[in-house]
Design a protein around this ligand. Sequence first.
Ligand code: FAD
Length: 341
Amino acid sequence: MTDVREEPVLVLLDRDPKGGLARSSAGLLAAAASIGSPVALVVGQGLDGVDGADGAGDDPPHDQAPALAAGFGARRVLLAPGDADRLGVPVVDALAAAAELVRPAAVLASHSVEGREAAARYAVRSRSALALDAVGVSRDAEGVVAHHAAYGGTYLVDSAATFGAPVVTLRVGAVDDRAPAVDDVRVEELEVPASGLPAATVLGVEAVESGSARPELRGAATVVSGGRGLGSAEGFALVERLADALGGAVGASRAAVDAGYVPASCQVGQTGVTVSPRLYVALGISGAIQHLAGMQTAQTIVVVNSDEHAPLFEIADFGVVGDVFEVVPQLVAALEARRDA
Ligand code: FAD
């Protein structure tokens, strides 16, 4: 009988805008290592390599990717050429070629915008089962099982394919283990037959400076979110101060977004971003089910709310009943004093 730990698990890694690997890579490869032997697929290059992004033309692709993937536990790395001018289809072509080569027990991708698109298109093309937004994977006697947190984390649900290798997207941050680094990684250039299917064409790329040194909300290890309880855009600055003191990203409830305290890109929840950080701090947020849907899988939840009956206290690991304008400045001062000590 084949040792399941030797069965290949194909992992599509997202690139970051500078051509490195996205933050999701370590968790994806650790999840793959828990159910088999991780084979990383790295496609194309990041924005530095896109013509027009930095005016310097194409950079050599894949430079540090194999070493980074091996550092996160990949036993084998497949490098596919990609095509920075065409969206979606080249990545799916690469996934199809990689799956044909390694015959994986499962295909894992990040539940990022890019990962979701590639996974869904590949699943349709290969007629595979698709399990979206998993928070973990495991194996049972019949194969790979994906674990999901449904209805805002109220239920934990398992899904498994009745035939073939499932395609699973993993929520960013849900698996934050690290597989041990691999010394003798096998790196191969993957030959990818082009499917010729129509793809959206990129006419130009313009890098946008975010102007913020804060981590991106999706995938951040620490998130500090504010709600209607902050009262105004000026009051919301308190959320940003605590986020900066903790080195975290800024999130918000929909009520705070609708009131114009922060842009919609900060919204956490059912109709916003789903986060799974190590630490989630909620300030002046009541805990509506639609908000919980986006943050309930956080490892540690801290709540500050003046209403002791606020529903968010029910899932809090630490709760402070108090006024954010009294509690948070003391917390920021204590953190800053510790940092400066
Ligand atoms: P409130 O519910 O008004 O709560 C404010 C809280 O602040 C209260 O608990 C209050 O006690 C506390 N407070 C007030 N002053 C202070 C103070 N000085 N100090 C400490 N605490 C204070 N919501 C989301 O967040 N994300 C979504 O993605 C989302 N999607 C939705 C989709 C649909 C289809 C619908 C119908 C709703 C959705 N909502 C979403 C809205 C959601 O139902 C809630 O209305 C929203 O989450 C409430 O935001 P809030 O907790 O900031 O405001």
